[in-house]
Design a binder for this molecule. Structure first.
Ligand code: UDP
Length: 415
């Protein structure tokens, strides 16, 4: 796995640490449970971090030196990707993995570079597409101008692109990717961490709405605050952003709190800051609805996590949320950036406790049957095998993929 900016070891909830970190960590762990050896290559951000760390899951994380060993925003990382790719090639030449799975576009560039020299197949998951970000964020999109062209190149060059939702396939096709070179495999949810509450909560307190996510404008927290003005009594809890004691100096947190004051909702909006992943199920158990109301969303793991705890989700009908949330069955879908329609859907659900309970059950069922990481890993492995078989058929690999596990010589790549 190559995940240039998103390490499985990062603290979640910050501007650049969210779904990709969770995805890479959980998918890798699930593949290890299926018998594979998995190394995650990520950029060194801390001069004190060891060259290589073995996680409890059995996944090894290797820190590659590329650029200063400090936290650098992902939109500033491109100049260091040549060096990252060269380091990756050096490590792969020693370890000889059978396949490279790149996450995000810059990892794709580095992996194609390393893969080409060593004849390694490359599978690409974009997690987010530059052209979608540009469409929504316009002038405030800080991605490097090279991103959109690079994504087109990667889509055409990688052995296979894994899209996380059907909407992404449409976007990829419009970038010139042939239909037989893209497969949909969703992100997953940790079904051991996200379980239903032992007993129902809610008696005697105001209705509670929850948002979990990085504190960035496109996640729609401002729309949810505007909607809250039309939802009597309800509280809005927002998890994500910096740690709670740093919220006061965070510009986005301040903007949201000022907005809440403007709507005279200061007492009903509570920003909780980032919370440990393991604490989220407990927070969800104390709430009545999860709101996932981004302007656009490549996938959206948070709604799946809520569904797994049996919480209905009110989501905007964008990106991956259109695959995961079934309107009227596991929650409601509403148009993006329409606080009035969001408020209406929330009010209808809050007024219908039996309906909410039924939706919560259907949501849990859907999460369990389709989105556990074990299932996602199995589907991903099918993609890997197909890629290896195609390469083998073309005579580009030395031998067939052995059944049951991808072999590797050694994962001991640390200095
Ligand atoms: N997350 C967390 N603590 C926080 C905020 C977020 O553990 O304070 C996790 C959240 O549970 C989810 C991930 O970060 O697993 C966010 O993924 P999602 O796909 O919802 O959003 P992204 O970050 O990819 O935009």
């Amino acid at each position: 796995m190559v995940s240039e900016h998103a390490s499985p070891l990062a603290c979640l909830g910050g501007v650049d640490a969210g779904g990709q970190n969770v995805h890479v960590a959980a998918l890798s762990a699930a593949l290890v449970r299926r018998g594979h050896q998995v190394v995650v290559y990520t950029r060194r951000e801390d001069p004190g971090a060891p060259a290589s760390v073995r996680l409890a899951s059995g996944v090894r994380v290797v820190h590659l030196d590329a650029g200063p060993a400090e936290v650098i925003g992902k939109d500033e990382l491109l100049p260091f990707m040549d060096g990252f790719g060269a380091e990756l090639a050096r490590h792969c030449a020693r370890w000889r993995p059978e396949l490279v799975h790149a996450h995000f576009w810059m990892s794709g560039l580095a992996s194609l570079r390393a893969g080409a020299g060593l004849g390694l197949p490359v599978v690409q998951t974009f997690h987010a597409l530059g052209k979608v970000k540009r469409r929504w964020q316009g002038a405030s999109d800080t991605s490097p101008p090279e991103r959109i062209g690079a994504e087109r190149l990667i889509a055409r060059t990688a052995d296979l692109v894994i899209a996380t939702c059907t909407d992404e396939v449409r976007e990829l096709r419009s970038m010139g990717l042939a239909g037989d070179r893209v497969e949909v495999v969703p992100c997953g949810v940790d079904l051991r961490l996200f379980t239903p509450a032992g007993k129902p909560s809610g008696g005697g307190r105001p209705p509670r709405l929850l948002i979990v996510g990085r504190l960035v404008p496109r996640k729609g927290v401002a729309d949810a605050i505007a909607a809250l003005a039309q939802v009597p009594e309800a509280e809005l809890l927002v998890v994500g952003g910096p740690a709670a004691d740093r919220l006061a100096t965070d510009p986005e947190a301040r903007r949201l709190l000022a907005l809440a004051e403007e709507h005279r909702l200061g007492h009903r909006v509570r920003l909780l800051g980032r919370q440990p992943h393991a604490a989220l199920a407990g927070i969800m158990h104390g709430c009545d609805l999860l709101l996932a109301v981004p302007w656009y969303e490549p996938f959206g793991i948070t709604p799946l996590e809520a569904m797994a705890t049996g919480l209905p989700v009110v989501a905007t009908a964008v990106g991956g949320l259109r695959d995961t949330v079934l309107d009227g069955v596991t929650g409601r879908l509403v148009p993006a950036r329409r606080p009035d329609l969001l408020a209406r859907a929330v009010n209808e659900l809050l007024a219908d406790p039996p309906g909410r309970l039924a939706m919560g059950r259907a949501a849990r069922d859907r999460a369990v049957t389709r989105y556990g990481w074990a299932r996602v890993a199995e589907q991903t492995e099918d993609c890997y095998r197909a890629v290896l078989a195609t390469r083998h058929a073309r005579g580009a690999l030395a031998g067939p993929a052995p059944a049951g596990r991808l072999t590797g010589q050694s994962v001991e790549v640390a200095q």
